[in-house]
Design a protein around this ligand. Structure first.
Ligand code: OGA
Ligand code: MN
Length: 233
């Protein structure tokens, strides 16, 4: 299903020199206050303070959103089904390289509890969610190329849990590729992309060899993401 959800956009060349503006000194005070209050600043790094400011409230990373026990519960539910599939590597036109995926509607109590918390923090009240939760299993060598999720099938908000590995998600402004934001997605964290960050920026998960955050290497292992989306309004 979900290849349908992705409108691949790889026209850009991503700039190689990154200026990280996540040090608090370089950030204007309203942003710093807000980010410090929510504890998110550490996980965001952008091409300029203006870009960081422009995605304020539209990009969130919650470290340790789920516990180790919850991560294990997700694995226990997902691994038997995933194991039956092969990682796909060779479709040149896919947005994702080295992956297998599935969808799930019914969850056991532990996973359902974590998903309820995700929904409570990520989505506006009363928003209609895409029924099945999307599960994407990236091989250690797998990665997601820049794309924007289909506006026809998904609404304003995309939110995902990262299991098994740290990773870097990069957002690049579609109409100005010099503007980018990196998100450090630590193992068991939650990320949320809303509105402009979801519609005006492509998102991608960097491959192991390019996986750096703020100059620091972020080694990629196998990574499973559990992704919830809402429906278009
Ligand atoms: C996707 C996607 C991100 C993730 O499947 O469209 O962007 O966290 N996934 O796996
Ligand atoms: Mn996507």
């Amino acid at each position: 299903m979900s290849l349908l959800l992705r409108a691949l956009n790889q026209a850009h060349k991503i700039p190689q020199i990154h200026v990280c503006c996540s040090s608090s000194a370089s950030v204007r005070s309203p942003l710093r206050t807000s980010q410090e209050r929510t504890g998110h600043l550490k996980w965001l790094c952008a091409s300029s303070p203006d870009v960081l400011e422009s995605v304020r409230g539209q990009v969130e990373v919650w470290e340790n959103f789920i516990t180790e026990e919850e991560e294990q519960a997700f694995l226990k539910e997902l691994e038997p089904g995933l194991k039956k599939k092969r990682y796909e590597f060779d479709h040149w036109d896919n947005a994702i390289h080295g992956f297998r995926e599935t969808e799930r509607i019914q969850w056991g109590a532990v996973c359902q509890g974590a998903l309820n918390r995700l929904r409570a923090v990520a989505f506006p009240e009363g928003s209609q969610l895409l029924g099945p939760v999307h599960v994407l299993d990236l091989d250690k060598t797998g990665y997601i190329k820049p794309h924007i999720d289909s506006v026809k099938f998904c609404g304003s908000t995309i939110s995902g849990l990262s299991l098994l590995s740290d990773s870097v998600m990069r957002l690049v402004r579609e109409d100005n590729v010099a503007d980018w934001v990196n998100l450090l997605l630590t193992r068991r964290s939650l990320y949320i992309l809303r509105n402009e960050a979801r519609f005006k920026y492509t998102h991608e998960i960097l491959k192991d060899g390019e996986s750096y955050f703020s100059g620091q290497r972020v080694p990629r292992q196998r990574r499973i993401s559990v992704i919830c989306r809402n429906l278009p309004a």
